[in-house]
Design a protein around this ligand. Structure first.
Ligand code: ZN
Length: 486
């Protein structure tokens, strides 16, 4: 291997100093995604897509365990349907892509490529909800949506088309709908914590930033290493606004017509962006074993005279691990040396590498190396499955602990406008302070450093951490968390 091709294979940018360039290089060189010929679109490569599938499978299982059914609605929405929604969701005006022709004919009514599906799902929820026995109605759709925003493409963070799931539910009363909202928020939090090894914050969006038409928007916020907050998923309690607009009513046990209460909730592939951004480093991708395409790679180290013995030993271990359900790959390529293989699998984010050379074979041992920090340990060959599983758990715990430490160190308190500006300007991260509840007090922060209130505590009755609004000095109503955002 020459130095030149090593250079081409590996990451050349610094995560700390050139985060944007580093990220763009990471997604391409770790074979997660490529840029499509049309600006704003990406191609998700098999390695990237398999990570999405693992996240999807966790979440989809939890949804189904809690009464959700998957369905699929058309990707095109008649313009009249979107117009109907505009009456209630004043302010929601996503950049919509339109279809105006089909085959050789101009369409009588333009069709929107769905920017979200409330307006086509709600009319059917109305039809399907007749009696209290039809409730709760819980639908989810896995699909892509399109928002024609003219911003720079950033794979999994900013693309015109993105993959997501959108849940839409109807309930007999507000209590049941609120429980639903919190169930989904909790499942999103669990995905971040237990699958992605990212401890997030959960809260409510301030009233001026909630989903248009929603009574309450709850959010999972994840802190990125560059000090910005990613809105990782949202769960909305919509009250009766959508039910009123789309006539989602039911007949109760006393034969009276009642209005339903609805929710909606969504998580997009932005969660993948957060995953890659959080754990990866200048050597490449770092993944928790929960979502890694390969959890373990075995790299045999041989000379001509011991090659067959070493490979035989490696195959035995590979088979034993694979039979136990570990996602393992034996890299027995002839034309690559071990050093090259180490670099390549580090770049691709395999959580644990097993090295097998003459010593390991003679002593009946295996040597394990952890991707996040290079920690190396030699263990007995016997009980390899348990040993490997324990090391995979340790790698997950290391990633989680590191993200947790970062998060805790990045939540600071400020008591004045200047202190908010200075603290976020210098450190990034979250700044919490007392807030009067007026949107106007967010403006000077937004204008000066493009930071905003990303959330307030979920509990409306929680006392603010300061008695006065840090910006205007009036009585504080809530604790606001300011941060820069993606
Ligand atoms: Zn104020």
């Amino acid at each position: 291997m020459s130095d030149e091709s090593d250079q081409e294979l590996g990451i050349t940018r610094s995560k700390e100093y050139e985060t944007g360039e580093w990220y763009a290089e990471l997604v391409q060189k770790a074979e997660l995604a490529d840029y499509a010929p049309m600006g704003g679109f990406i191609v998700t490569r098999p390695r990237g897509y398999s990570i999405w599938e693992r996240m999807q499978s966790s979440l989809d299982g939890w949804f189904k365990d809690t009464g959700v059914q998957n369905a699929y609605f058309p990707m095109f929405i008649p313009e009249g349907f979107l117009e109907r929604e505009k009456d209630i969701v004043e302010g929601f005006d996503p950049e919509v892509a339109w279809v105006t022709e089909g085959g050789y004919d101009e369409l009588e009514e333009r069709l929107a490529v769905r920017p979200t599906s409330e307006s086509i799902i709600a009319p059917f929820m109305s039809q399907w909800t007749r009696s209290h026995r039809d409730l709760p109605l819980r639908l989810n759709q896995w699909c892509s949506v399109v928002r024609w925003e003219a911003t720079e493409t950033k794979p999994f963070f900013r693309t015109k088309e993105f993959l997501w799931q959108e849940g839409h539910t109807a309930h007999a009363d507000s209590e049941d709908a609120w429980d639903e909202t919190m169930t989904r928020l909790d499942q999103y939090r669990r995905l971040y914590e237990d699958v992605l090894a990212i401890p997030p914050l959960t809260g409510r969006k301030p009233p001026h930033d909630k989903f248009p038409g929603a009574h309450t928007t709850t959010t999972v916020e994840a802190l990125m290493p560059d000090g910005k907050s990613v809105q990782g998923a949202t769960s909305h309690y919509l009250g009766t606004s959508f039910a009123d607009a789309f006539d989602i009513t039911y007949v109760d046990e006393g034969e009276n017509e009642q209005i339903a209460h609805t929710t909606s909730w969504g998580l997009s592939w932005r969660a993948m962006g957060a995953l890659f951004m959080t754990h990866s480093d200048d050597q490449g991708l770092v993944l928790p074993p929960t979502v890694a395409p390969e959890q373990v790679v075995i790299v045999p180290i041989w000379q001509d005279e011991n090659k067959n013995d070493i490979l035989e030993y490696a195959v035995e271990i590979e088979t034993e691990l694979a039979d136990a359900g570990v996602r393992v790959h034996l890299d027995d390529r002839e034309n690559r040396n071990p050093g090259f293989k180490y670099n390549e699998w580090e770049l691709k984010g395999v959580p644990v590498r097993i090295e097998i050379g003459p010593n390991e074979r003679e002593e009946n041992e295996i040597t394990l190396v952890h991707r996040p920090d290079g920690e190396t340990e030699t263990e007995q060959r016997a009980g390899a499955v348990e040993t490997v599983e324990s090391h995979l758990e340790t790698v997950f715990a290391k990633l989680y602990a590191s993200a947790e430490t970062t998060l805790q160190g990045e939540i600071r308190e400020a008591t004045s406008r200047d202190e908010i500006l200075g603290t976020i300007g210098q450190h990034g991260g979250y700044v919490k302070c007392g807030w009067c509840g007026n949107e106007g007090c967010e403006d000077p922060i937004k204008e000066a450093i493009a930071a905003e209130i990303v959330m307030v505590p979920l509990d409306r009755d929680e006392d603010p951490i300061q008695e006065e609004c840090a910006i205007c000095g009036e009585a504080a109503e809530e604790t606001a968390y300011f941060a820069k955002t993606y």
